[in-house]
Design a protein around this ligand. Structure first.
Ligand code: GDP
Length: 297
């Protein structure tokens, strides 16, 4: 197991004399530990560097009150800065899906958890926000993926667009839009095809669908355990199709979730939800407090 940042810092400050404020030496020693804790949590190196710089500036000279130890003081400064970075300050709190039928485009690589997340989110919107949701799979290359969405739809009680063999992604998207309008749905979710790597064919297809439906939200689903790769995937998708928010899956795994920090810092995109397991209820709103706690250990 990883050592928590509090434990690491406890060790550092035990060796230092207690003063009224954090000195530069205190902070330098502490930042070595902060840096290592972030790297252990799989935060990417450039993000670690800029984060440590920001925290150093805030911590140097900070007053230490009698009630807390210098170590606790540094942990608090790091924690607050993590929250600030993870939350950002520009993103709207909720999905922008007020005007029916609102299209949500789900994009991402194959295996990221895109189809599962589509069904989880449809269930959530249905149950918590009382939306009428229609789901459609655009993965014409993988009939099994289309079937999978239909099965998950049945499981969560959400309608899926009937499968018509031979249609391409744009045709399915248009049919979904039509069905959503005529059927009185509030939201229609398009589960786009995934591939093992970002490639031009995939991007061209997603762009064509985007241009037809003009999505209110384009949610990128990425595997939260893939660290820097997740950030690279997000950067590529955003450049090509424009991403409005990110869903990090497999945050139930062993990792410390540092990808969330790198993602927010590098792409500037809000993390909307986190996947916490295979079950259909295992999707939660992104909670910066919780992720910060986990990164710090
Ligand atoms: P897609 O190819 O991107 O559509 O991926 P799928 O939705 O088919 O998911 C691939 C596998 O990952 C499935 O076995 C899912 O149950 C699993 N999965 C998806 N999200 C999560 C998650 O948040 N946590 C865990 N542990 N497994 C997940």
């Amino acid at each position: 197991m990883f050592e928590s940042l509090s434990d690491r810092l406890g060790g550092v400050f035990d060796r230092l004399t207690r003063q009224g404020a954090l000195t530069e030496d205190d902070v330098t020693a502490a930042m070595r530990e902060v840096r290592q804790a972030l790297l252990d949590a799989d935060v990417s190196l450039p993000v670690v560097r800029s984060f440590v710089r920001a925290v150093t500036a805030k911590a140097t000279g900070a007053a230490v009150t009698k009630s807390i130890t210098p170590g606790q003081q540094v942990v608090k400064i790091v924690h607050d800065e993590l929250i600030r970075t993870l939350q950002g300050d520009d993103a709207p709190e909720t999905l922008q899906i007020d005007t029916p039928p609102a299209p949500i485009l789900m994009v991402g690589l194959q295996g990221s958890g895109k189809t599962t997340t589509t069904a989880k989110l449809a269930k959530r919107l249905t149950e918590r926000e009382k939306k009428r949701v229609l789901m459609a799979s655009l993965d014409t290359n993988r009939p099994a993926a289309m079937e999978q969405l239909a099965i998950l739809g049945q499981q969560v009680g959400v309608d899926t667009l009937p499968i018509v063999p031979g249609e391409n992604a744009v045709q399915i998207a248009k049919r979904a839009r039509q069905q959503a309008s005529f059927g009185g749905y509030d939201v229609y979710m398009l589960d786009t095809a995934g591939r093992l790597h970002v490639d031009d064919v995939l991007m061209d297809e997603v762009q064509a669908v985007r241009d037809v439906v003009n999505p209110r939200e384009t949610l990128l689903v990425v595997d939260g355990l893939t660290g820097q790769d997740a950030v690279n995937v997000a950067t590529e998708f955003d450049a090509k199709v424009g991403v409005s928010g990110v869903v990090l899956t497999r945050m139930d795994g062993d990792g410390r979730g540092g990808a969330a920090l790198s993602m927010r810092q590098i792409t500037g995109k809000p993390i909307r939800f986190v996947g916490l397991g295979e079950k259909m209820d295992a999707l939660e709103s992104f909670d910066a407090e919780r992720v910060a706690g986990r990164i710090l250990g």
